[in-house]
Ligand binder design. Structure first.
Ligand SMILES: C[S@@+](CC[C@H](N)C(=O)[O-])C[C@H]1O[C@@H](n2cnc3c(N)ncnc32)[C@H](O)[C@@H]1O
Length: 915
């Protein structure tokens, strides 16, 4: 169950009649416990409680229902119960159906409220459903509730009005929902006079059977689009006349409303009864976009960028500087005034704005700074000088684009209330400004300059609809000539294999010759190039959240020289941090934030959690002070054993045998054994599988072919190679007993899989004996030393390979020419080799101790055996001491050292030798 579904279930429970016997089970069910768990608790078999009538679910919660007025005492009893501690309960909860009290035993946080309002605190209990990571989701019960109710209404309306569920009417539907949200907000914030004016009017004027609900709502929309002076001649009924003129083109255009069923009407009224004052435009907006998206509806409310993460972009981009200026100004009226003037001209532009959360947060933060200026200058009620029109966005999808606009309007109102008081906020709120500053369109195709002109006065457009901006007339007039522009956001990341042909064309358009090939570029790089073009010509700074892939592997050399050119530089970065958990794939999305601006002598900032490192410059791998781009090398640059590709059968299955096929061959022809070898590819080595292959020397062909099955297989290979349209393969048909590419040397070798899951804490590899043939899905290091194995298995090497080789989807993509041949390591003494050999042996012994566990089992991050982890840790300790005499503090420090050594290393080897 997701947070939205849990909220629904919890609300339904609170609204139903209180049943003391059933409550504990119903509560656990609402938090997603399966029927079998509830059944076992009910039967008593898993109920660990020692308190009469209470239910204790191990590792979770201890719940008791008590007599009226005894809730506090019952909670104390639960807390002191020895079973609560023994069963490691995280929560205790007591209720009498009137009052409700609970405690989180880990944090000590408590909830005490009326029973009916406990759903307001459902976020408190979300850890019961395994939802702990997304703090904001937990803390914004209102936004989740509103999203879930609107979602129900949306689905119900589409059921009753299938014609609105078409591409042609999607915009109407989205627009209708945006209007509703505005009305709900307005009626709870006194923007409409009188309590719940909209909901109350619909309740009163529409029939209970819902037959005329659409007409009533349509009339109200018409009223809100009619100026007060025109009301008399408009023919509006008196009951609609009490609604203000909203304008802002929000209610202009078609006032068509979908028809309501009885259920839809009741959903609508239900939504109206929520307290919309509590809405958080940044969070709500992100959640609500899922409503209009069939695929996202299931995960409603879970996909959004959290406020702390948005601030990781906005603070270093410009907010920290504004705050510092405020600090410097103290109470100096002149300096404060200048800062206010400066802020009034700042444009914030998010060219993939979704529902506008970056813009909303930027606006709110700037308003807070401005309010402080006004307070210090003794002008607390002063109208804001920060125009909403300076917060601009582009969004591809229609509904989020609408919500972005609405979210900004709501944010403006809430800021006015917070900083100036409700009276002032109300006095200036209506009518809304008709100008549209969120453009619905494709950011990689649009001309950003026309949407965010830094100087002069463009053509002023007020389209006939607030939410519709014709793309060819998107210029907006504003009077902030000379102001600063900050481009920000979290544009979509899409690896090259996941892009549609259209998206590939988008990218090619954005690259426009600056980067020749879009082949391996991530979609997000289009935003970097467009932003660089903008900033390079018109000034400003940009910062995006981005997939790490553009700072790793082959993409670095492809795109970074074009992004930075000779005029821009990375001015700050937050390298590699976890964005959100994709629970289904048990893998975290790791992203970076990169800020780019004109070159300057100022120090650059590299953030790591709470720490900031100041550096002279930041390179594209986000390593301080090294801007070298690592290119692949044919030769090993350190003193390490070279790797080569594995052997490629090119056999259409003729030369490879499953274990069963091998056994059957040996059974019928025992002499065949001498022509068979063990065979391992990447996947076999990780999953612990085994295959065999025919390995026949040229001198043995006639004898081997006298075995019927071998002869049959050789023929199969010959046919396959003859049929190939590749001349090279045709030539190989003359030697069908041989592998297409033969690299097996007969030495023991280290098998290195080409791909490995990024969740593994180390790169896996497998030593194999000289009788085992390594297939071409893997890389082989023939005649490796134990030091090679220790080095390959280290954290140092993983960090290097992850950075310079890059990833494919969520797997490391290992390349010997990029990762191994370039790996910098100090010269090893005999003692170093001895120590590393011992470490390697410890790792292999620890692996063996868990036989028959596979590499996949052993390196599963959740199950990695302690002794193996210890052996790796010791290996890291020994190797890192060889580098710097102590352990590195973190991966940034590791990379810094590696880049330092790499830079020295390549200075000694001419590039032609490497290429
Ligand atoms: C990762 S989301 C970020 C949205 C929002 N800032 C948030 O945190 O939820 C990326 C947004 O870019 C939009 N998008 C995708 N391709 C686009 C394009 N070519 N032009 C404009 N927007 C696009 C998506 O619809 C989505 O809303």
């Amino acid at each position: 169950m997701n947070a939205v579904e849990i909220e629904e279930a919890v609300s339904a429970l609170a609204e139903a009649d209180f049943d003391p016997d059933e409550f504990p089970f119903a509560f656990l069910e609402a938090f997603g416990n399966p029927a079998t768990t509830i059944k076992r608790l009910r039967s008593g078999s898993t109920n660990a409680s020692d308190i009469d009538g209470a239910v204790l679910q191990r590792n979770h919660i201890h719940i008791a229902v008590c007599g009226e007025g005894q809730v506090t005492a019952k909670l104390a009893e639960l807390k002191s119960s020895s079973t609560t501690i023994r069963a490691k309960a995280k929560f205790i909860l007591a209720t009498d159906g009137i009052d409700f009290e609970a405690e989180d035993l880990n944090s000590g946080e408590t909830v005490a409220c009326a029973y009916k309002s406990f759903p307001d605190h459902f976020g408190f209990f979300l850890p019961l459903a395994g939802i702990t990571t997304v703090k904001q989701v937990r803390e914004n019960a209102f936004d989740i509730r509103a999203t879930s109710r609107l979602n129900k209404l949306y689905v119900e309306l589409l059921k009753d009005n299938p014609d609105w569920d078409t591409a042609e009417r999607r915009h109407d539907m989205n627009h209708f929902m945006a209007r509703l949200i505005f009305c709900f907000f307005a009626e709870d914030t006194n923007i409409f006079f009188g309590d719940d004016l909209f909901t109350a009017t619909v309740t009163k004027m529409s029939e209970r059977d819902a037959s005329n609900t659409h007409e009533v709502i349509s009339t109200l929309f018409r009223a809100m689009d009619t100026k007060i002076a025109d009301r008399k001649s408009s023919g509006l009924p008196r009951w609609a006349d009490v609604f203000p003129y909203v304008n802002g083109e929000l209610f202009s255009g078609s006032t068509d409303v979908p028809r309501f069923s009885r259920i839809a009407r009741s959903y609508l009224l239900h939504i109206g009864n929520l307290d919309w004052k509590q809405i958080n435009p940044d969070i709500f907006g992100s959640m609500i976009q899922a409503v209009a998206d069939k695929e996202e509806r299931g995960a409603l409310g879970m996909h959004y960028t959290s406020v702390p993460n948005i601030l990781k972009v906005l603070n270093p981009l410009f907010l920290d500087d504004l705050r510092e200026r405020l600090e410097d100004a103290g109470d100096n009226a002149r300096m404060l005034l200048n800062l206010r003037k400066r802020m009034a001209k700042i444009r914030v532009f998010d060219p993939a704005c979704g529902s506008g959360n970056f813009l909303v947060i930027a606006y709110k933060e700037m308003r807070a700074i401005e309010a402080e200026i006004n307070r210090r200058r003794g002008e607390p009620d002063r109208r804001s000088d920060i125009p909403l029109t300076n917060f601009r966005g582009i969004e591809l999808r229609d509904f989020p684009a609408e919500i972005a606009r609405l979210a900004l309007i709501i944010a403006e109102y809430q800021c006015d209330v917070r900083h100036r008081g409700q009276k002032e906020a109300l006095a200036e709120f209506l009518p809304l400004d008709a100008r549209n500053w969120i453009t619905c369109g494709n950011a990689l195709r649009l001309d950003w300059l026309s949407l965010c002109r830094p100087t002069g006065k463009g053509v002023k457009i007020a389209s006939d609809d607030l939410f519709e901006t014709p793309l060819d007339q998107a210029e907006i007039d504003f009077e902030n000539e000379g102001g600063e522009t900050y481009i920000c956001g979290n544009p979509p990341y899409l690896g090259s294999q996941d892009q549609t042909p259209e998206q590939k064309k988008d990218l090619a358009t954005a690259f426009a010759g600056a980067i020749k090939s879009t082949k391996s570029a991530d979609y997000v790089s289009g935003w970097f190039i467009k932003a660089r073009n903008f900033v390079s010509s018109y000034g400003g700074v940009f910062a995006f959240v981005t997939t790490n892939s553009i700072c790793q592997g082959r993409q670095v050399a492809l795109i970074w020289p074009a992004i930075l050119g000779s005029d821009l530089e990375i001015c700050f970065a937050v390298p590699s941090f976890q964005w959100r958990n994709l629970a289904a794939r048990k893998a975290a999305v790791i992203v970076s934030i990169i800020g780019v601006g004109p070159r300057s002598s100022k120090n650059k900032l590299l953030f790591d959690g709470e720490q900031v490192q100041e550096t002279r410059f930041i390179g594209p791998y986000l390593v301080p002070d090294y801007d070298t781009v690592v290119s692949s090398s044919r030769i090993v640059l350190s003193n390490l054993t070279p790797m080569s590709n594995g052997s490629m059968p090119n056999d259409n299955g003729g030369l490879l045998l499953t274990v069963e096929e091998y056994r059957s061959l040996i059974r019928t022809s025992p002499g065949a054994a001498r022509y068979c070898r063990k065979f391992l590819g990447s996947n076999d080595s990780i999953q612990g599988d085994m295959r065999y292959c025919l390995w026949i020397e040229d001198s043995e062909v006639d004898e081997a072919a006298s075995i019927h099955e071998i002869q049959r297989r050789i023929e199969k290979v010959r046919e396959h190679r003859e049929k190939s349209d590749r001349p090279g393969t045709n030539d190989l048909a003359l030697v069908p007993h041989r592998f297409g590419e033969k690299r097996h040397t007969g030495d023991r070798a280290l098998l290195v899989p080409r791909h490995s899951s990024e969740s593994r804490p180390y790169l896996p590899s497998l030593p194999v004996d000289g009788d085992t043939v390594i297939g071409d899905s893997a890389i082989a290091m023939y005649g490796f030393t134990m030091s090679d194995f220790a080095i390959f298995s280290s954290r140092m090497h993983l960090v290097w390979a992850a950075t310079v080789c890059g990833k494919i989807k969520l797997d490391y993509r290992y390349s010997n020419s990029l990762g191994w041949n370039t790996f910098p390591i100090p010269p090893l003494t005999a003692k170093n080799n001895e120590d590393l050999t011992r470490c390697a042996e410890e790792i292999l012994l620890a692996r063996e101790a868990h036989f028959p566990a596979t590499i996949a089992d052993l390196y599963d991050p959740d199950k990695m055996p302690d002794d193996l982890r210890r052996a790796h840790d010791w290996n890291d300790e020994v190797l890192e001491r060889i580098y710097i005499g102590r352990r590195f503090k973190n991966d940034t420090e590791r990379l810094e050292k590696l880049f330092e050594l790499y830079t020295k290393m390549i200075s000694k080897v001419p590039s032609e030798q490497r290429a």
